[in-house]
Design a protein around this ligand. Structure first.
Ligand SMILES: *Cc1c(COP(=O)(O)O)cnc(C)c1O
Length: 407
């Protein structure tokens, strides 16, 4: 038998969402009449914007004609899409990012997971806690950690606690790390890093020769003007930060698949002998070796959001979910819960009552109110004692869930 990568065995066996569906299934079997409302998973429910459908339909027609047919596209993504992203998401906001610094992908999960490959295996990394599990798990798989300890933490990892006490703005560690994973707006807490906190991180990265891996998948959900949508709003960030973005939550592309990474030209890593190497070159090499591009049709669909009409349509979509978020925040507050998030993100992070554990509160919500949330402990040790609800459900289900809780 071939030897396996044993790092995979360090990961906990039960994937969070598998355990949730197991518990929901058991409850539904025992209570077939219960009408369960799912506010657990982080998937969107509303259809794609019309501009995207029209652009993809036109692209399908092009593929059916020998004159306009396209085969393999550029590994970095089509220039028409990269130029639109640079213009609409960065240059129009006064930020210096150009099309050559953008790499199109089939979604941000793989980018967030793959980026670690271009860094040395002995890099020390820090990760927000709680957060989207992809950053930590992919580093475990790669062998950058020790084993999982009984406190729920892997040895060799620097955890950055995001708590109500620090306003979910973790401070840089006292020790030196090489890589820092931050997510703002954060999944699962729905909270954001403010300008001062982010500037503090950029300063830390400059002083410690570290790289910030900044996941801004929910940037389009930011409603407060003072909250940065891009890390490049911070002076000096171009020398220390990679930014990840996705069309999944912005334009409903979770099943359509398109995302991108920004790696500035002047962001460098170094060899063991101290030579500077542009990180952008390594990523291009990695992508052109292991990835053959996102479908032309999908890239046309994504590019369609960059017009006045497209922006108006995604604004509507986001407002639909953010109205759900307001309904959830108001409902939970009226029911006496302590809630965070939901103002600049489609996630509401609520403190469990009576100091219940995340999973015990999950069970109580399921059995008493027939509502499915996501236990906070599944996102990191500091998520214990919290539960995540999402605003991605339908209006009807969101209202019904809050009625059940406030009654
Ligand atoms: C949904 C999500 C993504 C994007 O995933 P895709 O692969 O683009 O669908 C990235 N980061 C976070 C934190 C997310 O919640």
């Amino acid at each position: 038998m071939a030897k396996i990568n044993e790092n995979y065995l360090k990961l906990p066996q039960n994937y969070l969402f598998t355990e949730i569906s197991r518990r929901v299934k058991i409850f539904q079997n025992e209570n077939p009449a219960a009408e369960i409302i799912r506010l657990g998973i982080g998937d969107v429910t509303q259809p794609l914007p019309k501009v995207c459908i029209d652009a993809m339909t036109a692209a399908v027609a092009e593929m059916g004609n020998a004159e306009t047919f396209r085969g393999y596209g550029p590994e970095q993504g089509y220039l028409f899409l990269r130029e639109k992203i640079a213009e609409w998401n960065y240059q129009k906001r006064g930020l210096n990012v150009n099309a050559d610094e953008i790499f199109i992908s089939d979604g941000s999960k793989c980018d967030c997971g793959n980026i670690q490959e271009i860094f040395s295996l002995d890099s020390k990394f820090a990760v927000a806690d709680p957060v989207y599990p992809v950053y930590l798990d992919t580093n475990v798989m790669a062998g950058r950690t020790g084993n999982l300890n009984s406190d729920g933490r892997f040895s060799g990892v620097v955890y950055l606690p995001c708590t109500a006490e620090n306003n979910f703005n973790p401070a840089p560690p006292d020790e030196k790390v090489d890589l820092i994973y931050l997510c703002s707006p954060n999944n699962p807490t729905g909270t954001t890093l403010d300008k001062a906190a982010l500037a503090n991180w950029v300063d830390y990265a400059q002083k410690n020769d570290a790289v910030i891996l900044y996941d801004a998948a929910y940037a389009a959900y930011i409603t407060e003007k003072k909250i940065p949508r891009s890390i490049y709003e911070i002076d000096g960030a171009r020398e220390v930060a990679i930014e990840f973005r996705s069309f999944s939550k912005t334009a409903g592309f979770t099943g359509t698949r398109c995302g991108y990474v920004v790696i500035p030209e002047n962001l460098y890593g170094k060899t063991s002998t101290g030579e500077k190497v542009p990180l952008k070159n390594l990523w291009l090499r990695r992508q052109s070796t292991k990835f053959n591009g996102t479908a032309y049709i999908i890239q046309r669909g994504a590019a369609a959001i960059y017009s006045d009409e497209g922006q108006a349509q995604i604004k509507n979509l986001i407002e639909y979910y953010m109205t759900n978020a307001q309904i959830i925040r108001a409902g939970l507050t009226a029911a006496g819960f302590t809630v965070y998030g939901g103002i600049n993100a489609p996630y509401i992070w609520l403190k469990t009552p009576k100091n219940l554990s995340s999973w015990n509160f999950f069970d109580e919500l399921l059995t008493k109110y027939n509502i499915v949330g996501t236990p906070g402990a599944g996102f990191g040790p500091c998520g214990e004692g919290f539960l995540r609800l999402t605003a991605f459900g339908s209006r009807e289900n969101t209202l019904a869930a809050m009625q059940r809780l406030t009654k």
